[in-house]
Write a protein that binds this ligand. Structure first.
Ligand SMILES: [Zn+2]
Length: 405
């Protein structure tokens, strides 16, 4: 069986288990099927000879592959997540392998994956792609990451002459709903650093993410019969509109990219008496994020002054931080990825993630964790696909890293 078919068969097996995450629980994973996949992976790791295997109450899987290199004895953690996003259907996934010849791919009746809609496909002609049937997501995020790690481990176990460091395998649960890192028993991890295998395009190394804050705006107005409201009514909805309009108009997700931050109004609920608005604020630079928070506070103060009353209050919380300042203290962790790309002659650039990752949280828990690509594209979408040729490059990149080449 070719490497491509092997990868596809393994991925397909994992993709059949619907592990869509939905809701955070304090004592179990969001979807019981995360246990089904966790048990399958634990069994496979056991068969490969890994030790110290366990699954915790959140379905996080842990396994340890001892090293066989006297000169390379520090372990490295490799991390991927079990769950898939609830932004698209994750049930009855029918993964299919196609050799892409450049023409539109018919996913199922009248649903096509085309270069016109997804120009990135222009660079994929001749590649082996895994696609869904266009009615579900594919789950490459992050079962491609899991497949990559499993294929690497199998290779190392079957090629004892290849000298490598010890490896800690960690499959997290509920990453998509923001709690994957919380589910890791961090004090049991022996490695000084690790890598999440949860990126997309092979070209990008991700060692930077957004700083994220949430902002709840609570406006207490004063309702009165509209016919007799002059100088009496304070319409909380109108105050909310005033507040919203006071924020920089184009610092919004739909108007920004790359390293530009934004305010995103994600929910609004209200009437004359009370209005509540939920925002997220994102920026790679913490000083800029703090300045954006200052702007919101200034707006609040000016509006309160105008009404001579504290009608607006803001509840602002820091949700996660950019891992870059921490990773900068451990340059060797990112250097290893760069060196692997260079050894294999694969071109790369650094991309600043416009979101958070498990790795960012783990980094701040003391396990520096940049993010490596998986070769998956169109995450959280029915048009998700995996470029298997790229996924195999990632396996080779990890081989370079664990053999310290
Ligand atoms: Zn992911």
């Amino acid at each position: 069986m070719s490497e491509v078919e092997k990868f596809y068969n393994r991925f397909k097996e994992y993709s059949k288990i619907d592990t869509t995450s939905n809701e955070v629980f304090s004592d179990k994973p969001s979807n019981d099927n995360e246990f089904v996949l966790a048990n399958l992976l634990k069994k496979q790791l056991e068969e490969l000879g890994l030790i110290d295997l366990y699954i915790n109450k959140f379905a996080t899987v842990y396994g340890y592959l001892p090293g066989n290199d006297e000169n390379n004895k520090d372990s490295i953690a490799l991390i991927a997540h079990l769950d898939t996003s609830n932004q698209a259907n994750g049930k009855d996934i029918k993964a299919r392998l196609v050799k892409f010849d450049g023409s539109d791919i018919l996913l199922s009746n009248n649903i096509y994956l085309s270069k016109l809609d997804y120009p990135v496909l222009r660079n994929k002609i001749g590649h082996n792609l895994i696609v869904s049937d266009g009615t579900t997501l594919l789950g490459g995020d992050d079962k491609a990451g899991i497949t990559i790690i499993m294929e690497l481990i199998e290779y190392l176990v079957n090629n004892k002459n290849v000298k490598h460091c010890p490896i800690e395998v960690i499959f997290t649960s509920d990453e998509e709903i923001g709690v994957g890192a919380d589910h890791v028993d961090i004090d049991k991890i022996k490695s000084k650093f690790g890598y999440t295998i949860d990126g997309g395009d092979l070209r990008y190394i991700e060692a930077e993410n957004f700083n994220g804050a949430s902002m709840k705006v609570i406006i207490n107005g004063r309702a009165i019969h509209p016919g007799y409201a002059k100088d009496k009514m304070i319409n909380a909805i109108n105050v909310g509109i005033k507040f919203h309009n006071s924020l920089p108009e184009f610092l919004r997700p739909e108007d920004t990219s790359n390293r530009q931050g934004f305010y995103h109004l994600s929910d609004i609920n209200g009437n004359e008496e009370k209005t509540v608005m939920d925002y997220i604020i994102r920026e790679h630079d913490i000083n800029k994020l703090n300045y954006m928070i200052e702007i919101a506070n200034l707006s609040k103060e000016r509006i309160n002054n105008m009404y001579k009353k504290d009608i607006i209050s803001l509840d602002i919380k820091l949700a996660y931080k950019n891992m870059k300042p921490e990773l900068d203290k451990h340059k060797e962790v990112v250097d290893k990825i760069e060196k692997a790309y260079q050894n294999l002659n694969i071109s790369y650039e650094f991309e600043a993630i416009r979101g958070g990752t498990d790795g960012a949280s783990l980094t701040y828990k003391g396990l520096p964790c940049p993010n490596i690509a998986t070769g998956s594209y169109n995450y959280h979408s029915r048009f998700e696909f995996i470029d298997v040729d790229e996924s195999i490059c990632v396996i080779n990149i990890l081989k370079e890293i664990v053999t310290n080449k």
